[in-house]
Design a binder for this molecule. Structure first.
Ligand code: AMP
Length: 523
């Protein structure tokens, strides 16, 4: 007997077994699982009435609210495909994504109604605009539609290979690409996540990670599978994060390293008393060992480092703890924890290959590209067979990330392949240099890029954000790096900046630093 692998099964089970438990906290609103799924059923019925059927696309432009979470159930149980749009993009990007995905319904929260209206005439295929909050002319009122819809909903039979979501990647240089995630992809990722990072029934999860980012790394469904509570958060501000952790007794959160840095450096006034024991799952960019160490030692939190891409639903490496890690000194343990790690039980086979397709030796030195094959790899890029062929045509998905393998088999990312610095014929890992600079007490954030150099072809240059109330000089930074690294890896120059350019999902935009050069706005 076979039943389709789908996160909708998690919802069915949790509703049946944990219907009265708290599912969602969003400001003053609190919903039990029974109430949450009753709302989802009604919204599915209303969408069906609007003519949405299996395979149709429904886009949402929303921060982390209960309505955004509801769309991750109401749309798929209709057999339709959710397109959670990165709400921090521009109206022109909204137009591109909505049109490319062919969405017939666009749902938005109150802060995006005007932005969408300003480009409405450029989205001719959209039949319905839905205001998830607030009321506006020309917009269907979500709450009114839910109130008017009939309860109970029976959806069509789902095939596990059906599309669940299309997630558009940020696309720093090219147009965003639509990553097709199937029910099976997401179910496998959720199950693997829970095996490695078990959430107990009733534990509370804070939404510091955007739900649109790779479906909130599937926590939109994983927290439900565990019968935990989703604590919504519209905007990540350290004071609000610390307050919610305390007031809502939060014990889990996911965040990109940049968010962890802002929490670690929050002023005492914003922190208040810190609840210890919070499990932090970090991915999206390489976290520095220094950041991990501070959260573990100063806050008493437990950090797990994970790695993946939207294209792999997303997790393909987890820095799984080993018994021998327990005996390490905190600083050494943080270095181990900063490694991306090993395959998850469910994510499939992962290799680090040289340009000829052979696995690199596990020597912690030789760099290769991470490739993977398994049940979490996307179906392809929506309506883009050429791009799909390029990244997975040979039966392996090519990540574009450069890594080494440590002797214990743990994979460690050194750079995006295209960001690897080659200076005088030697490879330099920007991640390694950044991690070293972050050990300096005045350094809050650091980014290393290769800038043109007459003698070496390319030489590493550091862009540094200093911690509040501290100062440092270029010479001091270079000397600090030279004491700890092979000299050719130390930055040749340093530019102090007030902030680093980042994507909406917390990745440093290295191309902007390279293009801006050493004279970018100085601090
Ligand atoms: P996205 O699809 O937006 O999540 O971006 C995926 C990319 O983020 C990967 O290809 C990596 O370059 C980067 N990334 C994700 N997780 C990590 C991590 N733990 N360490 C280093 N880079 C990461």
């Amino acid at each position: 007997m076979e039943a389709p692998l789908t996160p909708l099964e998690f919802a069915r089970r949790t509703r049946r077994l944990h219907g009265s438990r708290e599912a969602v906290v969003d400001g003053d609103l609190r919903l039990s699982y029974e109430q949450l799924f009753d709302r989802c059923d009604r919204w599915s019925s209303a969408l069906r009435e609007l003519g949405v059927g299996p395979g149709d696309r429904v886009a949402t432009i929303a921060p982390n609210t209960h309505a955004q979470l509801e769309s991750f159930y109401a749309v798929p149980q209709l057999g339709a495909v959710l397109v959670p749009v990165n709400h921090r993009l521009t109206p022109a990007d909204f137009v591109y994504i909505v049109n490319h995905s062919g969405a017939s319904v666009v749902c938005a929260t109150v802060e995006y109604l005007d932005a969408v209206d300003s480009v409405r005439d450029q989205m001719p295929e959209v039949r319905h605009f839905v205001a998830l909050e607030g009321a506006k002319d020309g917009w269907l009122d979500y709450e009114a539609a839910i109130a008017a819809a009939s309860p109970g909903f029976t959806g069509p039979q789902i095939d596990e290979r059906d599309l669940l979501t299309i997630n558009y990647t940020s696309g720093t240089t090219a147009r965003p690409k639509g990553v097709m995630i199937t029910h099976r992809n997401a179910a496998m990722n959720s199950i693997g996540t829970l095996l490695h990072l078990p959430i107990a029934v009733g534990e509370r999860y804070l939404w510091t990670l955007p739900m649109f980012h790779a479906n909130g790394w599937t926590y939109t469904w994983t927290v439900t599978a565990a019968a935990g509570t989703h604590v919504c958060l519209r905007k990540v501000e350290p004071a609000a994060v610390f307050r919610l952790i305390r007031d809502e007794d939060v014990s889990w959160l996911c965040a990109a390293p940049t968010v962890l840095i802002s929490l670690a450096n929050a002023p005492a006034g914003a922190r208040g008393e810190i609840r210890p024991g919070v499990h932090v799952v970090t991915a999206g960019a390489p976290p520095a060992a220094a950041t991990i160490e501070r959260l573990e030692e100063e806050f008493g939190w437990v950090v797990t480092h994970i790695y993946g891409l939207t294209e792999t639903a997303p997790f393909i490496l987890v820095c799984a703890p080993l018994p021998e890690h327990r005996d390490l000194a905190p600083a050494d343990r943080a270095v181990v924890k900063a490694r991306q790690g090993v395959e998850l039980l469910t994510s499939g086979e992962l290799r680090v290959n040289d340009p000829d397709g052979n696995e690199v030796p596990a020597d912690g030195q030789t760099m290769g590209e991470i490739v993977v094959r398994g049940n979490v790899v996307m179906q392809g890029y929506y309506q883009d067979p050429e791009a799909t062929e390029r990244v997975m045509g040979d039966g392996w998905f090519h990540t574009g990330d450069a890594a080494v393998v440590q002797p214990d088999g743990y994979v460690e990312i050194r750079d995006r392949l295209k960001d690897v610095i080659i200076s005088g014929g030697e490879n330099i890992s920007s991640v390694e240099v950044e991690g070293t600079l972050l050990r300096h007490p005045s350094v809050q954030e650091a980014a290393i890029v290769g800038l043109p150099d007459e003698k070496w072809g390319e030489a590493p240059h550091a862009f540094i954000v200093l911690r509040n109330g501290t100062s440092a000089t270029e010479e001091e930074m270079i000397a600090f790096a030279r004491e700890r690294l092979a000299h050719f890896k130390a930055p040749r120059g340093v530019t102090f900046v007030t902030e680093l350019p980042k994507t909406a999902t917390g990745k440093i935009q290295k191309y902007a630093l390279r293009d801006g050069g050493p004279n970018m706005a100085r601090q």
